[in-house]
Design a protein around this ligand. Structure first.
Ligand SMILES: Cc1ncc(COP(=O)(O)O)c(C=O)c1O
Length: 405
C-alpha cells in the first residue's frame, strides 16, 4: 500500500534520548539511571511534597472549583505570586506595573513562548547560550527562528567558571543580542558565578545593550533558600532594565508532570508592558489556547497561604540538604577508593547535577559494565542518588578511571 509517511526520515540520534532508551531497555535489576534531572528520596522513590498533597486535598474538597478553561495567560493569582516569588516582595518593577507574567507549560514552555515572542518582535535574532548548557536550549531557540551562538562558560582545566572568557564573549555580542543566563544551579556544570561576578556580567550586558533572558529552573534547589537563589535575577531587575525570566515549579515543588511555570517579562514602563502583554497572548493563542489548571491551582494554593508557604520552604530545604549530603557521600566514597584525580569539584558544584569530568568512553563503559547511565558529557543527577547507590557509583567511577584514561 502506498504511504504518505514513508518519506519521513528517522530523526538524527539524540544523545540524551538514546541514554534514556538504553537504560529503559537494560534488564539488569540494579541498573541506575542518573541521566534525568529528577529528585529521588533516600529510598530511591519520586517525592510528592506533603504540602502539595495538602493543597490537592484542599482543592478536591472545594466544590466551587470547576474545570473551565483558564484565560489565555493563565490563573491571575498564580501569575502575581510567581512574579513575586522570583522578583521579591518589594520589587519596584511590580509596584510600577511594568511586569508581564503569564502562566506557561513549565520552564520549557516559558522559554519557548519567550523565544517565539522575541523572534516576532525583536530585531536582533541572535541568542547567546552558555557553553555547555541545558541540551534543550539550542532546540527551543532555533525552532522559534532565532540563531544560537555560544559564550564560554566552563573551563575543563580548572573544572570551574571561565569567567574571563564569558565576559569577553558576552562583551563581543552584537547590540540587542539575547543572552541566556541560568540564574542558579547551572545545568549541566553545577557552577554558578559569585554575586560579584554576576554584578560584572550585569554591567557588561547593560553597557552593550543586550537582552538578558534568565532561565530559572532551580530556584531554592541551589542553596535551599528561595531568596538567595533569586539574587542574580533581582540584581538585573533592580537596575530598571528589561529582562525575560522563565520560571519552573517542576523541581522546587516536585511538580514535574504538572507542567507548571511562568514567563515574566520586565519592561521599562507600564505602557510598554501593556503592549507586550497583548502580543504575548497572540503567541499563546494559536499554540495551545490556554494553559492547564491543576498545577497552577496547587502552586497558587501554596504561595497564597503563609503556613503552607512555610511548610514548602522547609521541604524544599530538606531536598537541597539531601542533595548536598549526597555530594559529600559521593566525594568521600571516591576518595576512600583511592581513585586517581582531584574530585573536589563534586562538593564544590551546586544544584541537582554534577559534571563529573568523566569522558564519553568512560560513560559508555560504565553503562555496559556497571549498568549506570548518565549523559555522555559525564553529567550525573546527584539528586537521584542515595546511600545505597553512592557506593555502586563510586565503584564504577573508580573502575572506569583506573582502566580507561
Ligand atoms: C536549565 C533548565 N531549564 C529548563 C528546564 C525545563 O524544565 P521543565 O520544563 O521541566 O520545567 C530544565 C530541566 O531540566 C533545565 O535544566
Amino acid at each position: 500500500m502506498s504511504s504518505i509517511l514513508s518519506n519521513v526520515l528517522p530523526a538524527p540520534e539524540d544523545h540524551v534520548l538514546s541514554v534514556i532508551f538504553a537504560c529503559r531497555d537494560d534488564p539488569c535489576p540494579v541498573k541506575l539511571n542518573l541521566s534525568a534531572g529528577a529528585y529521588r528520596t533516600e529510598e530511591g522513590k519520586p517525592l510528592v511534597l506533603e504540602v502539595v498533597r495538602k493543597a490537592e486535598q484542599q482543592l478536591a474538597n472545594d466544590l466551587s472549583c470547576d474545570k473551565g478553561y483558564l484565560p489565555i495567560d493563565g490563573l491571575a493569582d498564580f501569575n502575581k505570586l510567581s512574579a513575586k516569588l522570583i522578583l521579591g516582595d518589594d520589587s519596584h518593577a511590580v509596584e510600577e506595573n511594568r511586569v508581564v507574567t503569564i502562566q506557561c507549560l513549565s520552564g520549557t514552555g516559558s522559554l519557548r513562548v519567550g523565544a517565539e515572542f522575541l523572534a516576532k518582535h525583536h530585531q536582533q535574532r541572535v541568542v547567546f547560550v552558555p557553553n555547555p548548557t541545558w541540551g534543550n536550549h539550542p532546540f527551543i531557540f532555533t525552532l522559534a527562528g532565532l540563531y544560537v551562538e555560544y559564550f564560554r562558560y566552563y573551563d575543563p582545566q580548572t573544572r570551574g567558571l571561565d569567567f574571563e572568557g564569558m565576559l569577553e564573549d558576552i562583551g563581543a555580542a552584537p547590540s540587542g543580542a539575547i543572552v541566556v543566563l541560568q540564574s542558579c544551579a547551572h545545568n549541566p556544570t553545577g557552577i554558578d558565578p559569585t554575586l560579584e561576578q554576576w554584578e560584572k556580567i550585569r554591567q557588561i550586558v547593560r553597557s552593550k545593550g543586550l537582552l538578558p533572558f534568565f532561565d530559572t529552573a532551580y530556584q531554592g534547589f541551589a542553596s535551599g533558600n528561595l531568596d538567595s537563589d533569586a539574587q542574580s535575577v533581582r540584581m538585573f531587575v533592580a537596575d530598571g532594565g528589561e529582562c525575560f525570566i522563565a520560571q519552573s515549579f517542576a523541581k522546587n515543588m516536585g511538580l514535574y508532570g504538572e507542567r507548571i511555570g511562568a514567563l515574566t517579562i520586565v519592561c521599562t514602563s507600564q505602557d510598554v508592558a501593556r503592549k507586550v502583554h497583548s502580543q504575548v497572548l497572540l503567541v499563546v493563542r494559536p499554540m495551545y489556547l490556554s494553559p492547564p489548571m491543576h498545577g497552577a491551582s496547587i502552586v497558587t494554593t501554596i504561595l497564597k497561604n503563609s503556613d503552607m508557604y512555610k511548610d514548602w520552604t522547609i521541604e524544599l530545604k530538606g531536598m537541597a540538604d539531601r542533595i548536598i549530603s549526597m555530594r559529600q557521600q559521593l566525594y568521600e566514597a571516591i576518595q576512600a577508593r583511592g581513585t586517581p584525580g582531584d574530585w573536589s569539584h563534586i562538593i564544590k558544584q551546586i544544584g541537582m547535577f554534577s559534571f563529573t569530568g568523566l569522558n564519553e568512553k568512560q560513560v559508555r563503559w560504565m553503562a555496559k559494565e556497571y549498568h549506570i547511565y548518565m549523559t555522555y558529557d559525564g553529567r550525573i543527577s546527584i539528586a537521584s542518588l542515595n546511600s545505597k547507590t553512592v557506593p555502586q557509583l563510586a565503584d564504577a567511577i573508580h573502575a572506569a578511571v583506573t582502566r580507561l584514561a
